[in-house]
Structure formats: structure tokens, C-alpha cells
Design a binder for this molecule. Structure first.
Ligand SMILES: Cc1ncc(C[n+]2csc(CCOP(=O)(O)OP(=O)(O)O)c2C)c(N)n1
Ligand SMILES: [Mg+2]
Length: 485
């Protein structure tokens, strides 16, 4: 029986990816099972059986409607449609705002191999010496800033969507920030990120400016894809963000290809200093898709420098992960292909970061891929068209109490890595960044009609050989849409 404040029972998990630093798969699952007592995902308790055919999310036949934002309605009905885009402080999705005692459940998670984390668990000390800390002050504040940016940005997106400033489906990332921040903030510029339709925050963490992301959402020429991509197709070659993908699983082969490129450059083209790593982000529902398995196979076979990051938020639109998957422990699929599989508390940015550090280093030193399952939760509906009526309010409240931003804030204050005033200053700065981005996007021009034919993959008049004897698509102006074909 789960008591309030007590974490739900978890399905079994590995003790750690003890073996992350090894090139072999982790210890046998049989052995792991004995140690697996810790909490997080519950079986039947969390994910209750839903009526067949339940589907709360958006689909092509269910176009988005300009609903009001349920989160904002909860907080402040009157200010919902204010004309100013002023940002409300980021929502912590609050049936339970505080980082309740259930947050201490994270100390029972044994999903990382780092000594620092083990050290952290041992000692209930009053004073904090530097060696106890998982991170430096600068790092802690950087993580906080990135997570606050992700939350504030998404909350602003919701406001703008309900005001009709953006179109189509928009999928927000609230609640999952620890995954994006925990992984992407460890990357170098040349490393690649491949995302899904829930991609705004991955783009921000990778350094794409908020102005460019929100302009893309508004369909403006100043967007990172000049307004031609929209919410689900963020892309920036400057930042090696290789796309959001609307078809689930579609990004995984692209990420595998990017990792292959890195290895090919180093080993075949002999560019010894070329060691970029690719992160592929995708959801639990996507792990039942064939491309996932094909790419795990290729990545393990060729020891590609890639990390497969599963953001297991327990739901695929309105389908519970436990109802849809024969073995819900996704991490186990790594060892089946000969790579480590790790399960980590995806609501704890420090734990995510430790796992990420190991997996990224492993990829960079040429030891091959890792599959990381981050157990997380989305605080909003599947998309902004989803009234989110299917998930059990008790389940939502349980995860709301483990808000990753509130948790990091508490850690920073407890460990004296920063003061309330410093954190407030960060929040204020982020509010300004987001408000500035909205104003910038609002004032930016819409693309001209002529841009409709630019940068589309196929030549609208057909491929073929032009009068100069060359393939038309080889015309340097072809991708600018100005080629005469
Ligand atoms: C190939 C394909 N099939 C079906 C869909 C419809 N669809 C959109 S989102 C989604 C669920 C994905 O769930 P998950 O991978 O867990 O990601 P989450 O939305 O939870 O982040 C599905 C089936 C799609 N986009 N692409
Ligand atoms: Mg999911």
C-alpha cells in the first residue's frame, strides 16, 4: 500500500550501470533483481488500466483547438489572456509544490555508478565540504538556469498557443527538464542532438537562442528553420541539433547515422581528433518501434559513439507504458544487444548527469553505445490539444511532488551552493530572456510566399537533367528555391 509521501514501488531495476565504464554489458539480470528494491515506477499502482481505445492526445484526425491552458487556469484565470506576454513564474504544477518527503526517495535510487553519488548517499553530515558535492557552484547554477529556461519557455509557449500565435500541434516538456539539462549540458559544440516533436527544450539546452526557437514556433523568418519547420522540427546546423522529428522513432536512424559519421571521420578518414558524440532522445512509446531495435543492433555492432536516451514518462499519448510493452524495463534492451543499459531517476538532474557523464565518456573514448532509460513524467497533456483527463490525478500529484526544478533548488540551498537571492536573479534573468524572445518573434516578418518552395526536399518540378546537362538538384541555387527548373 502506498502511503502519501512514500514513493511508489518500482519495477525492478539494475543496481547501477556498474559496467558503464566497461565495454561489456552489465551484470546478469538475475543478479540485479536481488538488489532491485527501489522505488519509482509503480506497476498497477501508478499506471491504472485505462479503457481500451482511450486516447487523449492529438492526432491528425483530432486537430488542435484553441483551448485554454489548464495549468494556467488552475493558477490564475483572470490573467490568462492578458495582452502583455508577461511571464508568470514557471509552473511547478502544483497540487504539491514543495519537494516533499517523497523526494528523499531519490536517495534510494541506485542507478549511477559514480563514486561521488555513492559518497553523497552515505553521509548525513551537517556541514558540507567541497568533496561531498556532486557539482561546483557554477555547475549547479548553470543547471538551474537551463532548467528554469526550459520551464519558463514552455509555459510561455502555452500562453502564446492559446492566444493563437502558433499553429499545429505543440508538445511541451514540463517535468522532463532534468533529462535535457542533465545530458545536453555535458556536450561539446560539435556533439549532436536528435530529438522528437517534444524538442523545444532540447534545442535550448543545446544553445539555440530562445529568440530563434520561439520565432520558429511563430512561423517567422527569424526562426531557426526560417519558420518552415515549426514546433516539431527544430533544426540548427550551427548547434548540431539535427532535428525534431514528428514521426516517432524517425530520429533514431538519423542519430545513428550521425554517430557513424563521427566514427568514419576518425577511423577511415584518419581525423584523429574527431570524436563527436550523438545523443538520441525519444520516448517510452517509441521503444516499441522497429527502428529502435535496428539501430541498437547497428550501434552495438559498430561500436558507434551514441547514447540512446529514453525519456520514459510512462505514457504514449493516452497509452500507459505498462499496457503497451511486454517488458516495461526498457534499459534491459541494451544488454540484449551487447551494450550497457541503465535506469536512472529522470527527476533528479544530478543523477541523470552522472549517468550521462559515464555514457558520453564511454562513447567518446570509442567503447560504443549505451542505452539510458530516464524515468520521468510530463506535467502537461501529451500536446496542448490534450485536455489530459486520462491520467490519474494521484499519479500526477505524486510526480508533481518530485518536480526536478524544485528538487535542484532545494539541493542548491541545502548545500549552500547558492542563495535564494542568486536563484531569484536567475529566474528574473530568464523571464527577461523569454519575454524578449516573444517580443522579437512577434515583431519578426512572416516569410514571403516565394519561400514556400525553398528548402523543400523534392524539386517541385521534378528531378532530372537540365539544359546544361547537369542534374537540376546540383544547381547551387536549388536549395535556395531560386533555381530555374
Ligand atoms: C510513426 C508514428 N506512428 C504514430 C505516431 C502518433 N504518435 C504521436 S506521439 C505518439 C506516442 C509517443 O509516445 P512516447 O514515445 O512515449 O513519447 P512522449 O510523447 O511520451 O514523449 C504516437 C504514437 C507518430 N507520430 N509516428
Ligand atoms: Mg512517453
Amino acid at each position: 500500500m502506498i502511503k502519501p509521501g512514500q514513493p511508489p514501488q518500482c519495477f525492478s531495476r539494475p543496481s547501477v550501470l556498474s559496467s558503464l565504464s566497461l565495454s561489456n554489458p552489465p551484470p546478469s539480470q538475475k543478479k540485479d533483481k536481488k538488489k532491485m528494491s527501489s522505488p519509482i515506477l509503480s506497476g498497477a499502482k501508478i499506471l491504472q488500466t485505462l479503457p481500451i481505445n482511450s486516447n487523449a492526445g492529438g492526432s491528425a484526425s483530432d486537430p488542435p483547438k484553441p483551448l485554454s491552458d489548464p495549468l494556467l487556469l488552475l493558477k490564475s484565470k483572470s490573467s490568462l489572456f492578458r495582452s502583455s506576454p508577461k511571464l508568470r513564474r514557471f509552473s511547478s504544477y502544483s497540487p504539491c509544490r514543495s519537494f516533499s518527503s517523497s523526494s528523499s526517495s531519490s536517495s534510494a535510487v541506485f542507478a549511477v555508478s559514480s563514486d561521488v553519488v555513492k559518497e553523497e548517499k552515505k553521509k548525513p553530515k551537517l556541514s558540507t565540504s567541497v568533496s561531498d558535492l556532486l557539482i561546483t557552484k557554477e555547475e549547479a547554477l548553470e543547471l538551474y538556469e537551463d532548467m528554469v529556461l526550459g520551464r519558463a519557455f514552455e509555459d510561455m509557449c502555452a500562453q502564446m498557443y492559446y492566444r493563437g500565435k502558433m499553429f499545429g500541434f505543440v508538445h511541451l516538456y514540463n517535468g522532463q527538464e532534468a533529462v535535457s539539462t542533465g545530458f545536453i549540458k555535458l556536450l561539446k559544440k560539435e556533439d549532436c542532438v536528435v530529438s522528437t516533436y517534444r524538442d523545444h527544450v532540447h534545442a535550448l539546452s543545446k544553445g539555440v537562442p530562445a529568440r530563434a526557437v520561439i520565432s520558429e514556433l511563430f512561423g517567422k523568418t527569424t526562426g531557426c528553420c526560417r519558420g518552415q519547420g515549426g514546433s516539431m522540427h527544430m533544426f540548427s546546423s550551427d548547434h548540431n541539433l539535427l532535428g525534431g522529428f514528428a514521426f516517432i522513432g524517425e530520429g533514431i536512424p538519423v542519430a545513428t547515422g550521425a554517430a557513424f559519421t563521427s566514427k568514419y571521420r576518425r577511423e577511415v578518414l584518419k581525423k584523429a581528433d574527431y570524436n563527436s558524440v550523438t545523443l538520441a532522445f525519444f520516448g517510452d512509446g517509441t521503444c516499441n518501434n522497429g527502428q529502435f531495435f535496428e539501430c541498437l543492433n547497428m550501434a552495438a555492432l559498430w561500436k558507434l559513439p551514441i547514447v540512446f536516451v529514453v525519456e520514459n514518462n510512462l505514457w504514449a499519448i493516452g497509452m500507459s507504458h505498462l499496457r503497451a510493452t511486454s517488458d516495461p524495463e526498457i534499459w534491459k534492451k541494451g544488454p540484449a544487444f551487447g551494450m550497457p543499459g541503465v535506469h536512472v531517476d529522470g527527476m533528479d538532474v544530478l543523477k541523470v548527469r552522472e549517468v550521462a557523464r559515464e555514457a558520453i565518456s564511454r562513447a567518446r573514448r570509442g567503447d560504443g553505445p549505451t542505452l539510458v532509460e530516464c524515468e520521468t513524467y510530463r506535467f502537461r497533456g501529451h500536446s496542448l490539444a490534450d485536455p489530459d483527463e486520462l491520467r490519474d490525478p494521484a499519479e500526477k500529484a505524486r510526480y508533481a511532488a518530485r518536480d526536478p526544478i524544485t528538487a535542484l533548488k532545494k539541493y542548491i540551498l541545502d548545500k549552500k551552493l547558492g542563495t535564494e537571492a542568486e536563484l531569484k536573479a536567475i529566474e528574473k534573468r530568464i523571464d527577461e530572456v523569454v519575454e524578449d524572445a516573444v517580443e522579437f518573434a512577434d515583431e519578426s516578418p512572416l516569410p514571403p510566399r516565394s519561400q514556400l518552395l525553398e528548402n523543400v526536399f523534392a524539386d517541385p518540378k521534378g528531378f532530372g537533367i537540365g539544359p546544361d546537362g547537369k542534374y537540376r538538384c546540383e544547381d547551387p541555387k536549388f536549395t535556395e528555391g531560386t533555381a530555374h527548373v
